[in-house]
Write a protein that binds this ligand. Sequence first.
Ligand code: ZN
Length: 107
Amino acid sequence: MTKNLSINYIEIVNEYLLIAWNGGEESMILLKALRDNCPCAHCSGEVDALGNIYIGPHKQLKDENYILRSIDQVGHYALKPIWQDGHNNGLYTYKLLKHIANFGAEK
Ligand SMILES: [Zn+2]
């Protein structure tokens, strides 16, 4: 059962990102969970030619790092948040967003 996901609208509600999916379902994603699951190479580690994974020092993020400045829609498959600190490398596919919404905010 794979139907094509699309987003009807996105809204930032306090510290949450609300996504209304085309099927009528809504996801509330804590911005902190969103940032902590940033899929970009810088945040999730880079793999070199030998297959070693380098993860930068896990620096303690400050409050401003979790403030969402704006969010761009990328094609019909992903969102790109632009954070208050200027970080905007993370491309969150719809699939990843669903995953974070379901599992990312448990702690
Ligand atoms: Zn990142």
